[in-house]
Design a protein around this ligand. Structure first.
Ligand code: F6P
Length: 341
């Protein structure tokens, strides 16, 4: 049996831990051979491959990024893309594929599985917004990075009596903002799921200054004001049609300055949240996902995605992961609101 492995979409700490676990168990328990496909779906589409075996996975467990490279290539936007993929799998003698990715990469895997490509999915995204699984790996690392940043911003904000707005990733879901905001003791957390009232935000800012503290506002990049679209977008879209976001932090800081007269600055954490070494939790989760993904291949259980349920790793239909985004519920957000201001 020869198994192809690819990593697609935005990179994420823990990808290498999955690759390592897949290969280590595949070789040791099943005697499988492996082939790496480079840069997400571009690999099988354009037949760009790299050797993948025990020597290639040595020492990669704590490394961020992905040794296989990544891209947001969508084979369904390329004419004859699916046939090209099938032909390249055959040319390379690849019997099954493990696709490690988020909604877009696994969305492609879902469609390919319907077209009789033997594929198993592994969910990854720092955004933690994939359905079917309690957590995706990469999220814990991103939350820890954002929390450390918030901790640091508290002291400088207080020294200068400033408002500091921290923009974190999350275009449709506010998981990183919510978890890091709670962990970092933010005074206000703004998420895409709950359009915010700028007047209310300013009221909380003033309230915070009255307590002799400086406010820290954590805002997800996809957060929007209730009265209209204040999010700054570049207008560019990627291969999956997602608008490139950015700018809500700056815009919010300026608005707060004008409305409250308090100095406000914005910090955009951006790709820092995705880079570097994964936390122990993410290494643990990614490794277990990898071990269970190769087991699914061995069982011939294709069209499935491995998922975390409680402390168990289970298999769910790929479409369960990609069908509907997992967002922050109003009740979960309300739970944190009591700490605002
Ligand atoms: O999908 C994960 C994510 O981190 C989003 O939160 C963010 O909007 C996006 O990737 C940005 O990715 P890139 O800059 O690589 O296009």
């Amino acid at each position: 049996m020869r198994v192809g492995v690819l990593t697609g979409g935005g990179d994420c700490p823990g990808l290498n831990a999955v690759i390592r676990a897949v290969v280590r168990k595949g070789v040791a328990e099943y005697g499988y051979e492996f082939l790496g496909f480079r840069d997400g779906w571009r690999g099988p589409l354009e037949n760009v491959t790299s050797a993948l075996g025990i020597p290639q996975v040595r020492g990669i467990l704590p490394r961020g990024g992905t040794v296989l490279g990544s891209s947001r290539t969508n084979p369904f936007t390329v004419e004859g893309g699916v046939e090209q993929i099938k032909a390249n799998l055959q040319v390379n003698g690849v019997d099954a594929l493990i696709a490690i990715g988020g909604e877009d990469t696994l969305g492609v895997a879902t469609k390919l599985a319907d077209l009789e490509v033997d594929v198993v999915g592994v969910p990854k995204t720092i955004d933690n917004d994939l359905g079917g699984t309690d957590f995706t790996f990469g999220f814990d690392t991103a939350v820890n990075i954002a929390t450390e940043a918030i901790d640091r911003l508290h002291t400088t904000a207080e020294s200068h009596h400033r408002v500091l707005v921290v923009e974190v990733m999350g275009r449709h879901a506010g998981w990183i903002a919510l978890h890091s905001g709670i962990a970092g003791g933010a005074n206000i957390i703004l998420i895409p799921e709950q359009p915010f009232d700028i007047e209310h935000v300013c009221k909380l800012v003033e309230q915070r200054f009255q307590l002799q503290y400086a406010p820290i506002i954590v805002v997800a990049e996809g957060a929007v004001p209730a009265e209209g679209d204040m999010a700054m977008v570049t207008g560019d879209v990627d291969a999956f049609g997602h608008v490139r976001l950015g700018g809500i932090g700056d815009r919010l800081a300026r608005e707060i300055e004008v409305r409250t007269g308090k100095e406000a600055r914005a910090v955009v954490l951006g790709h820092i949240q995705r880079g570097g070494t994964p936390t122990a939790f993410d290494r643990w989760l990614a490794t277990r996902f990898g071990l269970h993904a190769i087991e699914a291949v061995h069982d011939g259980d294709f069209g499935k995605m491995v998922a975390l349920r409680g402390t168990d790793i289970v298999r769910v239909d790929l479409v369960e992961g990609t069908g509907q985004l997992k967002t922050v519920s109003p009740s979960l957000y309300a739970e944190a609101e009591v700490l605002f201001g």
